[in-house]
Design a protein around this ligand. Structure first.
Ligand code: CMP
Length: 147
């Protein structure tokens, strides 16, 4: 059965043709890409998406960055989509990614803890929220199942 995750390719990676073509290739090779769109976010929308981080010291930096250019959104399908995409990303912190998992996407293309290449849903509940956030008409339960 297909589990879903939301992947967001962040602005610096969308702007970097080497990173973007590599990322698209690994996505295509591992997942069913259920939906894709390229958007820009205003600061308010980016802030709402990352609302759980509202109190963090990096919140303003994150929101400014995420609304600074095009981002690519992908709804990824795989038996184990959430964990697989996060494993492919590597650690959130780029310093750690470069040392502990240098061939992860963040290890290869990460520039800083904010410009860390891509986002991945961290649970089934957050995947559902995040997919609905960007694809409000998407019929989550037609696709998703826990079993
Ligand atoms: P993401 O998976 O998009 O979810 C939250 C984001 O906050 C994270 O990736 C990073 O881009 C950002 N973030 C997390 N920790 C830090 C940090 N210590 N400094 C700056 N940005 C961070």
């Amino acid at each position: 059965k297909l589990q879903l995750s939301l992947a967001i390719i962040k602005p610096h990676a969308v702007k970097n043709p080497v990173a973007l073509s590599y990322i698209r290739n690994v996505i295509k090779n591992k997942f069913v890409v259920v939906k894709t769109k390229r958007v820009t976010l205003d600061q308010e929308t980016a802030g709402n998406f990352y609302i759980e981080h509202e109190e963090k010291f990096f919140f303003n930096r994150l929101v400014t960055f995420m609304s600074s250019g095009y981002i690519d959104l992908h709804v990824l399908g795989h038996r184990n989509a959430i964990q697989l995409w996060r494993t492919m990303l590597g650690p959130t912190k780029v310093f750690k990614a470069q040392f502990e998992d240098p061939y992860s996407l963040r290890g290869m293309f990460g520039l800083s803890d904010t410009r860390n290449v891509a986002h991945g849903s961290d649970s089934i509940a957050s995947a559902e929220r995040e997919i609905k956030f960007f694809f409000p008409d998407f019929s989550f339960y037609e696709w998703h199942t826990n079993t």
